[in-house]
Ligand binder design. Structure first.
Ligand code: HEC
Length: 414
């Protein structure tokens, strides 16, 4: 977390310097410079694309060299100009979220001119150094590692339904953890995973169980591990197991996966704890064909919180979601707007500046669903839809991560 924050500050500083330099150099640049892959495009891909587009990851093709990227030049131009790559659903200004991967207009323009000029390679001596990518534990050495009890066999082709897998943990006592990471063994086949806890059992988890009671973390490409700030920890309750919601993808060759989850435990009980809050609305009916069904949920905060991240969750008809803080004094403020929700990307929006919300603030979440045939992901526009675990049913949850004072031992964690 800390490193990321420092990096984003560096990026902001670099960006402002960059703007100044570009502005000064513009007339000259326009006269002679056609962007080349080595000098101009590779740095953009290294910064914004290869976390997913490299051999060990799940995106369909690697983009780490000229030979890999050249055949995709047109597709790259299309995806960056329509802004569907890198994936991101919010329209809020750059700088608001520290994991915002969006390209700047200048970067998009560089890619477009490169493609329009025939995608020249340039001088390989100009190539930037490949950034080091973490392929092991990124949080440091875990104190405890728990593992799936069986291999999951991934077929060569086809789509795989979401899997819900129990990882037995069953600690004899509550433990506080300061860092957690999910590590699939077949990373190239994992689109994303979401981990939460459930009371221990010897049975497999019921298929399609909902999240809870404690959402732990997720794994998606831009979120390798979760490390809390010093003095903050999260509770791993005694007698609970981790349940993973897993979205595997296929890529032409069979594989097996046995995912692990690793925790680093706090040396002492923390002063502040990380909890997951949510506004949820299980009662709704989305009519067949309705292109803009609105569903609302509100949660009133029972204590002061510092909100650190927001994670909208809907299924395939989910269209947009907006979180608004309604303050006790009658004022309000939009915390997150996601006009382009995409079920395929379970994105957590991490606030660059964590947001203090006083007790009594109401967090209102408004979502819209598209149950019309125009929604290309819609499994069946002729059906009315209600809440349900299955992907062809719907959900409406606005999750957030927050930091609060450690509750007295008797109080339950949210
Ligand atoms: C968070 C992971 C991730 C990041 C970051 C990312 N991609 Fe992708 N990309 C994917 C996945 C997964 C797909 C396949 C699914 C899809 O098409 O949406 C894809 C698809 C694509 C495609 C379409 C391939 C095809 O089959 O037509 C292009 C082009 C592309 N990405 C380019 C880029 C570029 C350029 C960047 C950086 C500016 C980038 N991507 C960043 C994960 C990512």
């Amino acid at each position: 977390m800390r490193v990321a924050r420092v990096l984003s500050i560096v990026a902001v500083v670099a960006a402002s310097i960059g703007v100044a330099v570009v502005a000064a150099a513009k007339p000259e640049r326009a006269a002679h410079a056609t962007p080349t892959f080595a000098r101009d495009v590779a740095p953009i891909l290294y910064k914004s694309c290869i976390e997913c587009h490299r051999a060990t990851m799940f995106a369909p093709m690697p983009l780490t060299s000229y030979d890999e990227a050249r055949p995709w030049a047109r597709a790259i131009k299309k995806r960056v100009t329509e802004k569907t790559m890198p994936p991101w659903g919010s329209d809020m200004p750059h700088g608001r979220f520290r994991n915002d991967p969006r390209l700047t207009d200048q970067e998009i323009e560089t890619i477009v001119s490169w493609v329009d000029a025939g995608a020249p390679r340039g001088d390989l001596a100009d190539m930037p150094k490949m950034p080091a990518m973490a392929e092991g534990w990124t949080i440091g050495k875990p104190d405890a590692i728990f593992s799936m009890t069986e291999d999951f066999k991934i077929p060569a082709v086809g789509t795989i339904d979401y899997k819900y897998v129990r990882i037995p943990v069953n600690l004899p006592e509550d433990r506080w953890y300061t860092a957690v990471e999910i590590k699939p063994s077949a990373r190239a086949y994992v689109h994303h995973m979401i981990a939460y806890t459930e009371p221990h059992s010897d049975q497999p988890t019921r298929r399609g169980s909902t999240f809870g009671p404690t959402n732990i973390t997720g794994v998606s490409p831009n979120k390798p591990g979760l490390v809390f700030e010093p003095g903050i920890a999260k509770l791993l309750r005694a007698g609970h197991d981790v349940i993973l919601e897993v979205h595997y993808t296929t890529n032409g060759a069979e594989a097996v996966d046995r995912t692990q989850i690793g925790f680093i435990f706090a040396k002492e009980p923390p002063a502040k704890v990380h909890v997951t809050g949510l506004a949820v609305q299980p009662k709704f009916l989305i009519r067949a064909g309705d292109a803009n069904a609105e569903v609302k949920a509100v949660t009133e905060l029972r204590q002061d919180v510092v909100m650190t991240s927001l994670t909208p969750h809907m299924h395939m008809r989910g269209k947009d979601m907006t979180y608004t803080a309604l303050y006790a004094d009658g004022t309000s403020e939009v915390l997150l707007s996601v006009p382009r929700y995409d079920f395929n990307w379970q994105i957590t929006y991490e606030l660059a500046a964590p947001k203090r919300l006083p007790k009594g603030t109401r967090v209102e979440v408004v979502a819209h669903f598209d149950n019309s045939p125009a929604n290309k992901y819609n499994p069946d526009p002729t059906k009315d839809v209600k809440w349900g675990d299955q992907t062809w049913e719907e959900m409406m949850i606005g999750f957030w991560g927050s930091v609060v004072d450690r509750p007295a031992p008797a109080q339950k964690e949210q």
